[in-house]
Design a protein around this ligand. Structure first.
Ligand SMILES: Cc1cc2nc3c(=O)[nH]c(=O)nc-3n(C[C@H](O)[C@H](O)[C@H](O)COP(=O)(O)O)c2cc1C
Length: 217
């Protein structure tokens, strides 16, 4: 595996081939990327709304009306579109739910470790809720980490992707009644395959130099 090759192969695809669909087998791997992403204290405060047909993509594309028409085709022409949502609270009931899943998955050899993990997760959540006053920000940081995981993983699967913040999140919250479900829309990612004419495929990558962004001690 050559990670540098993948990093250079992947790019923000601006034109998707409407004839090409991600196979079911490949999309299973995409779903694994979403599900297996790391998160602080394994809190997993996310939900994904997925569109894989015209009707679903039309619902997603409602969020490109207004100021964001430049993203409309990038939604409609993609094979699949994923809306990343963040939970709006991680209350005790949710914490108990995550703990029970970890227990079922065999994470806890004894009660003491289980209690410690539960306490640790609640400690972080209450620190962000009550002291730092940035619980929602902390939750959404976990969701962005998942987006990064997806972008690299999709590249490894030779699936093209475009992350989009250029969407009206309030429209998506309404369209999918997210608030009522304890969720809020965060960002969207289109997936599929580039066209031969996508100008952005030929645009060289641009990144700040290593010696500017890294301090090697
Ligand atoms: C969180 C996020 C939001 C973005 N939103 C948009 C968008 O709404 N529309 C778009 O065309 N590109 C969008 N981009 C693409 C960026 O412009 C692109 O990632 C950046 O220029 C780096 O280029 P590369 O992805 O081709 O390496 C977004 C990227 C990220 C990570």
């Amino acid at each position: 595996m050559d990670i540098i090759k993948t990093l250079n192969w992947r790019y923000s695809t601006k034109e998707f081939d409407t004839e090409k669909k991600i196979s079911t087998a490949d999309f299973e791997q995409v779903k694994a990327l979403l599900r297996m992403s790391a998160s602080s204290t394994n809190v997993q405060p996310w939900h994904f709304v997925i569109a894989d047909d015209k009707k679903g993509k039309e619902r997603m594309a409602k969020a490109t009306q207004g100021g964001f028409q430049f993203n409309e085709k990038k939604v409609m022409d993609a094979s699949h579109v994923i809306l990343f949502c963040a939970k709006t609270e991680v209350d005790d009931a949710y914490m108990a739910h995550v703990l029970a899943q970890e227990d079922t998955d065999g994470r806890y050899p004894n009660e003491e470790i289980k209690v410690a993990m539960d306490g640790g997760r609640k400690f972080f959540a209450s620190m962000h809720r009550d002291q730092l006053n940035d619980l929602q920000h902390w939750i959404e940081k976990q969701v962005y980490l998942n987006i990064g995981n997806l972008l690299l993983g999709a590249g490894m699967l030779k699936i093209d992707a475009l992350p989009m913040e250029g969407v009206d999140l309030s429209i998506l919250n309404e369209e999918f009644t997210l608030k009522e479900k304890g969720l809020t829309a965060v960002a969207m990612v289109s997936l599929g395959y580039r066209t031969a004419t996508d100008f952005n495929a030929a645009t060289p990558k641009s990144r700040l130099p290593e010696n500017e962004i890294m301090t090697i001690l």
